[in-house]
Ligand binder design. Structure first.
Ligand code: URA
Length: 245
């Protein structure tokens, strides 16, 4: 048995707050009966209908994968490129939490838990994402200052939490830079470096919040533990604590 609004949110249909609104408005039926009382516990095997449509409820699955290059983080691709979910053997309808570019490698979470995905992708969750970027040219101290002060991209400032040159190759004129950001706009790391005239040759995400790649090889994945899932839920910036059990 689980609270109705939680089941709706976990299905990915909408947020828990919106689910509560739908329930209060009398739009949710459980086994044919309209439920208006918030917090009503129902079996996850019940037939839940919202506005007459049956809600699809699957057991939740959570994976961490080391994404290889040349895989796309979406559910289909008109160019017929390989898709990240193809690497995971499951019949659940999982999807990636956020995106890594086609040519970016590294850590990404896949799940069918829409509620957790919404929490993690919400800007207020402030999940730190750590990348290693191999860039063209050597960063000057002015470049580093500019990055640390934050760079305006499409009228919104992106201020990395940390920037550190890990390796410098003066002969090949290339740096390996560790950069930590909390936002998730498309191509954001590449755009940050491009805005100070350094192109990114290789990009890999080595951490997502507290999660690390550890020794997962390219294309390998593992199932997240219950305690990791609980910790991910706690990124939600709210009065309410996680109810994931
Ligand atoms: N920033 C990028 O530029 N690309 C990614 O894949 C992720 C973050």
């Amino acid at each position: 048995m689980e609270r109705l609004q939680k089941i709706i949110a976990m299905s990915g249909y909408t947020s828990r707050r919106k689910a509560e609104e739908l329930i209060s408005l009398g739009k949710v039926k459980v086994d044919g009966v309209i439920i208006r009382e918030l917090g009503t516990k129902v079996s996850i095997d019940s037939k839940i209908e919202i506005d007459g449509k049956i809600l699809n409820i699957e057991k939740k699955e959570y994976y961490l994968i080391n994404k290889p290059r040349e895989y796309i983080c979406s559910l289909s691709d008109e160019k017929n490129r390989k898709i990240i979910t193809d690497l995971i053997s499951t019949t659940a309808r999982i999807f990636p939490v956020g995106r890594l570019d086609y040519d970016t490698t590294g850590l990404i979470i896949l799940t069918n838990d829409g509620e957790l995905a919404n929490i993690l992708m919400h800007p207020s969750s402030d999940v730190e994402k750590t990348y290693l970027a191999k860039i063209e040219g050597n960063l000057s101290s002015e470049d580093i200052i500019k990055l640390k002060k934050g760079i305006v991209i499409d009228n919104v400032k992106c201020k990395p939490k940390r920037v550190k040159v890990r390796k410098r190759d003066k002969v090949k004129q290339s740096d390996l830079v560790e950069i930590v950001i909390t936002e998730g706009r498309n191509h954001i790391v590449k755009r940050l470096f491009e805005s100070i005239n350094h192109s990114v040759e290789k990009l890999t995400r080595i951490k997502y919040g507290f999660l690390e790649l550890d020794n997962l090889k390219s294309g390998e994945y593992r199932i997240l533990t219950n305690s990791e899932i609980r910790k991910l839920y706690s990124y939600k910036k709210a009065k309410k604590k996680s109810t994931y059990q």
